[in-house]
Every structure is written in C-alpha cells, then in structure tokens.
Design a protein around this ligand. Structure first.
Ligand code: PBG
Length: 329
C-alpha cells in the first residue's frame, strides 16, 4: 500500500468530520439483501413456543408460519432457512423421518411455495440430526458416523426436499463427497436449478448449544461431532474443504460459526470467487442478547457485529437478528 503525504498536510480525521462525509467514504454497508432468516417450526396447531435458550426466538406451527414468512417478505429479506423441531417419538437411529415426503419441513416448503411463489427463497438443511435418536448428523456404525452410507440417505433427503419446493439445499452434515453426489442426483431428477449452499467449513463448535435446544437434540447427542466437523485449531484445512465443494458443484458456501471465524471468511474470500455466507450461530446470538439485556453493551453491537461479516468478505449472513434489525438498515 502506498501512503502519500504526511501530517500535518494529511489528516485522516477530515473525512470523518461530517456525517455526510462518513457516509460518502464508507466501505462496507449492511443491507437487507445480506440477511437470511432462520425459522424454527414445530408440529401441531396454534403454537408459538419460546426457545428458552434464545431470547425472542420461537418455534411456530405451520398455521402460524405464513405470517412470519409474509413479514420477512415485507421487510425485503431474500431467504429464510427452515429448521424442524422433532419430537422423540418421530426420531430413530436411522433418522427415517428425514425420508418422509410429508414430514414437517416438506409440508412447510409446500405451504410457503403455494402461498408466496418465488417471492422469497427457501433454504433447508440436509442432515439427519433433527431426526436421529442419537442426535448425530449421520448413521452410527460401531459408534462412528459412517460416511458413505450416510451420503446415500442425504441424497434421498435432498430429492425429497427439492420435490417439496426447497430452492436451496444446504448440506450441513460435513460428510465427504456429499455435494457431488447430491448435485448428480438433482441433475438426474430434473432439479438442475436447485442450488446447493454447502456448509463447507463447519467447525465442531461449542457455540451451537441453543440451536440444539431449539430443534430438540440437545439432550440426545451422544458424544461430540469432532469426527466430521472441523477442528477449530485449523485454518488451511478450510481451503481444502472449499476446493472440493466447488469442484463438486456447490453454488455458495457457508462458514460457521461466524464471529470467531472472520479470519477464515477473509482467507476464503481472498482465495475463491464464490459467494460466502457467514452463519452467526445460536450461541453468538444468545451471548449478544444477554449482554444487551444486562446493559453491558448497547444494541448497536448487533449492526457492528453483522457489518464485520461484510468487512471480512461475506456476501450474506444467516442471523437470528435478521427480522429484528431489517428495518434499521
Ligand atoms: C445441524 C445444524 C446445526 C446448526 C445448523 N445446522 C447444529 C449442529 O451441527 O450441531 C447450528 C446453528 C446454530 O447454532 O445456530 N447439522
């Protein structure tokens, strides 16, 4: 970088002096187009159940879902992400409910597509953890998640969700080779326009606690997810994960969690020209809410934090704040 001139001729405070000038010279601006809203759904009627670990977040039954989606559309949010809460009686070791074409998530997709057409994108996770009795993202064989057998199920789950009207499939399971296999299956089955947003760089993180509570897998998970999700000590490995997913046909990639991994987002942005989505996960959300509630920090921390994702190179952000801050942008 070339710096010309020096103090006192050069005064960087001049550009900051007036509000209009700060606006004029701003480098990164968050807009509503950058936001993806996660929505938790639950079986039943007339339900709006608070998620205890996530202030201001609810699980909605499908009869309540349309008004949530309508509000997101009115706010200009481009995409929602649907996450089903599954009761224990619908869970088993194989996660079979994931392959039920009439499961909660599929019914939600059909309902939203019917009512709102293409006025908002629908993203769905591809992974077994909402449906397994052990809380893992895949099939357990002798205590470990079996890669290739799991991928076979993820392909089926992808096709079922695509048939239901899901626009963007987001494999969040971290199995090897699943993006390519899912892409092939989609192409063969007339879903060549269904996008794949790969959770390419997903760390085995302690920040997911409140989410697991929200989807009902918190008390079920046996052990941890370290044999498939990435080790937080690693950075170069993210380049390998993304290289493979791009080769296999991913349209966009996710880095997750968000704030503790801004270095990874920046590194990927410098190395690949593919849309990068940051996921500000449940633990990050709850920590920010708690600090605001305790008056340790001001509410402004939300926009500041979300803008840091843009600065580091993210194209968009999955955030539980999406509908709450859209109007302030
Ligand atoms: C499921 C999944 C998880 C999250 C999104 N999809 C949890 C996990 O992998 O255990 C976490 C999201 C959040 O914490 O907000 N595979």
């Amino acid at each position: 970088m070339i710096i010309t001139g020096k103090y006192p001729q050069l005064r960087l405070r001049r550009n900051r002096k007036r509000e209009w000038s700060r606006r004029l010279t701003s480098e990164n601006n968050l807009s509503v187009n950058d936001l993806i809203l996660p929505i938790f759904i639950i079986d039943g009627k007339n339900k709006k159940i608070p998620v205890k670990t996530m202030p201001g977040i609810y699980r909605y039954s499908l009869d309540k879902l349309n008004s949530v989606v309508e509000r997101a559309i009115d706010l200009g949010i481009p995409m929602i992400a649907l996450f089903p809460y599954t009761k224990n009686n619908l869970r088993n070791s194989l996660g079979s409910e994931s392959l039920n074409p009439n499961n909660l998530v599929c019914r939600a997709c059909k309902q939203i597509k019917k009512k709102f057409k293409n006025n908002i994108g629908i993203m769905c996770d591809v992974a077994l953890d909402p449906y397994t009795s052990h809380g893992h993202d895949g099939l357990l064989v002798r205590g470990d998640v079996e890669n290739d057998e799991t991928v076979k199920l993820l392909i089926e789950q992808s096709l079922i969700q695509a048939s239901a009207g899901c626009d963007v499939l987001a494999p969040s399971d971290m199995m090897d080779g699943r993006v390519g296999k899912i892409r092939n299956a989609l192409d063969k089955n007339n879903f060549k326009n269904v996008q794949i947003l790969s959770y390419a760089v997903k760390y085995a993180s302690s920040y997911y606690g409140p989410f697991r509570d929200a989807v009902g897998s918190k008390n079920l998970l046996r052990g941890d997810k370290k044999t498939y999700q990435m080790d937080f000590k690693n950075s170069d490995e993210s380049l390998r994960e993304v290289t493979l997913d791009i080769k296999e046909g991913a349209d966009m990639i996710i880095v997750k969690p968000g704030l503790p991994y801004l270095d990874i987002i920046q590194k990927l942005k410098n190395n690949f020209k593919i849309p990068i989505i940051a996921y500000q996960v449940s633990g990050e959300y709850t920590m920010i809410c708690d600090s605001i509630k305790k008056k340790i920090v001001k509410k402004d921390i939300i926009i500041e934090t979300l803008t840091s994702f843009k600065r580091s190179g993210a194209n968009a952000i999955i955030t539980y704040f999406a509908d709450k801050i859209a109007k302030n942008l």
